[in-house]
Each structure stands twice: as C-alpha cells, then as structure tokens.
Ligand binder design. Sequence first.
Ligand SMILES: Cc1ncc(COP(=O)(O)O)c(C=O)c1O
Length: 425
Amino acid sequence: MKKAEKMIFLSTGTMHGDEEKYVKEAFDTNWVTTVGKNIDEVERLMAEYIGVKYAVGLGTGTSALHLATRLAGEKLYGQPRPNEGSLKGRRAFASDMTFDASINPIGYEGGEAIFIDTEYDTWNSDPEALKKAIELYPDVKLYVMVHLYGTPGKIEEIRKICDEHGILIIEDACESLGAKYRYKGEWVETGTFGDYSCISFNGNKIITGSAGGMFLTNSKEDADKVRKWSTQSREDAFWYQHEELGYNYRMSNIVAGVIRGQIPYLDQHIERKTAIYRRYEKGLRGLPVKMNPYDKENSVPNFWLSCLIVDEDAMCKQVRDDKKALYIHEKGKSCPTEILENLAKCNMEGRPIWKPMHMQPIYRSNKFVTAKGNGRGQSNAYIDEGKVLDVGMDIFNRGLCLPSDIKMTEEEQDMVIEVIRECFE
Ligand SMILES: Cc1ncc(COP(=O)(O)O)c(C=O)c1O
C-alpha cells in the first residue's frame, strides 16, 4: 500500500480568491455584523440559482432546519408558550439515514421523531416505508426528508403521498445544493420541493462560507417570520419588544462574503465532484463493490460524496459496538472497517456511512418503520432469518464514504483506488 505524501481529504472547502475580496469589502465598509451587501447578494443569488422567491441567510444549516421545524409546528398546532416547543407531545416522520442535525430540531421543539427506513435505489427514505408509517401513525402531519450525499430522493412519489395525507415536508437539502431532479416532467433544483427547504454552507459542503445556512421558500410570510425569529424576534416598537421566542441565528456579513465568492464556482465544484464519482466507478470496476446509486433518468446528483457498498457475499466478518469495530481479513473479501483502516494508514480520509438514527443511542427507543411495517422487535428467537432486517442498517454495515475532495489529483485518486483493490486481495 502506498502512503499519500499529504492527506487526501473527504471533502474540504476550496477557495478561489474572490472570497477574500468580498470579506475585505465588508471590513473596508465596516459592515462587520449581521447586515450588509454580502448577505443581500448571497440571498439574491441563491434564490435565483435554486429557483425560489426567498432565501434567508442564517448562521448554519442546523439553524435553518430548526426555524423550518418551528414554522411547521406553529402552522400545524399553533403558537406555543415560550417554555414549550411547537411540537410538544407530537410526532414527526423523519429520514433515518441522515446526519442528526436534520432531525434534532424535532427534539428542540419538544416533538418525537419516527424514523422511516431507507431504500436501495437512492439511499434515501423509502416511499413504501412512509406509506406504512402513515397507516400506523395517521395523526402525524410533518415529514423531515433529506437528500443524502447530494443524491435526490424519490421526490415525486413522496410529495404525492404527503399531499394525499396533508403532511408538510421539511426538505433537508444541506448536502445536495445544485442537485437536480425531474419533477412532473420539469428539471428543478433540490431545495424547491419542501414546504420548507434548507441548505448548508458548512466547511465540508459543495460550497462553503466556513459556516452558514439558508432557509428557502416561496412564501413571503414565512421568509419574513424566519428573518424576524433569527434576529431575536423584535416587534415593531421603539424599544426591544417581544411577543414570541427569538433566536440569534442570522448569517454574518463576513461569512456571507466567503459564500458570495464561492457561488460563481458552484457548477465547477459539481463538475469536479461528478468527475471524481465517475473515476471511482471506472477504477473500482471488477471489484465486488458498487457506487452509491441514483435515479439516472430523473435526477442529477451533485455527487458531494462518492461512496461504495461492498457486495453481500464479499463481506469479511465485521462487528461493531457503539464505539469500536473489529474485522477478520479474508482473501477476496473485505469490509468498511478494513477499507477505512487501510485508507487512514495511507493518509486518506474516508468515513463510515452516516449511522442511521434508529440505531443511535439517543434515538434507540424511538419508533422506526420499514417497508414491511413496524421495524422494532421483528426478529424471532424461533425463526432464524439470518440477515439484517432493515435497509439502513445494511447500508451502514456494508457502505463507506470515499475521499471526495475536489483538490484531489487524478494520481491521488488512483492511489485511493489501489488501496481499496488491495483490501480484496
Ligand atoms: C444532511 C445534513 N443536514 C444538516 C446539516 C447541518 O448543517 P450545518 O452544519 O450547516 O449546521 C448537515 C451538515 O452539516 C447535513 O449534512
């Protein structure tokens, strides 16, 4: 195995120079605050790119998701008292295989998430599992759905199911900025499909401001409300006057300067990420692995992270507890633990698949629904089914994220591919 001279990263920010210009402009004009031209421009440019009427700049994707969740809660159940969340005592459906920032806001608002299992076609929520969840929990009126790793989920089917049952959708497009899908025959961007949609400019995302997030909507009323809540919910009065709970969630004009400088390079970043995915696809051919899948007819991912999944019969023995993992090497076989360990030895940063929420200690006792129905307590001591019972757990066991940094050279990527090949020897 050949060690890379310098670290090959999973995904880091790539700066182009314009970012500094806009940050300097903020300094020079003394708009070093949460107001200014950079924020205005970033909001205008992103709304235009994505195709929504309003984009509200916030500190993080997490804060965008929180305010989206609060808006949904208030729309469904009314304005809560300041000491209570808007989802107090309520349940909400949520993607299971995601980063916890997607669904923690359900908890911030006093609600309880019911996790929807994943499907193999796009590694996003399974519409069949969603239908089963609606049968089991017909009172639920909110669904938080993610497009994992930049791959759009089964949007049209999910929208239809939710519309039929009066369920509001929060679309977590934090990882999928620039990914497109064909919705009712028209190509549109992710971030336009939720009743409330959110994106992130976190340091590892396809474009970054070091941090940053955005709430996207076509509703002026919702955009105004989010802007108000994000700046401590000040009422129209001469002094600080408050009638509802506020937050300090607004985007900084300095961070916005970095994002403003990145926006013109978004398409270029997507092109590079796509080339990396294609190169892995080619380079790993012949091995018992597959790349993370997508709907080739109806979607164009942004390919934020390239991932692979080891074929079932090519998995060596691997066990994981809550913190550690072990494997036994077998000739011709491998597993994510072995591949990640060898990549790390060679200065290459991979990562396990985001561990599904229903397996997380914090959410282990939450409800979980698969395409077959209730996903909890389904094994039977008297019937040996001999395989995992849910899709999310299976993808987590067999999958991993590959170095996908757009500064990675072709030679470096070839070295990564070589390390993976050697794992199966
Ligand atoms: C799917 C998903 N949702 C939400 C977030 C939260 O975004 P942020 O880090 O900007 O708060 C992230 C990334 O960090 C993410 O990957």
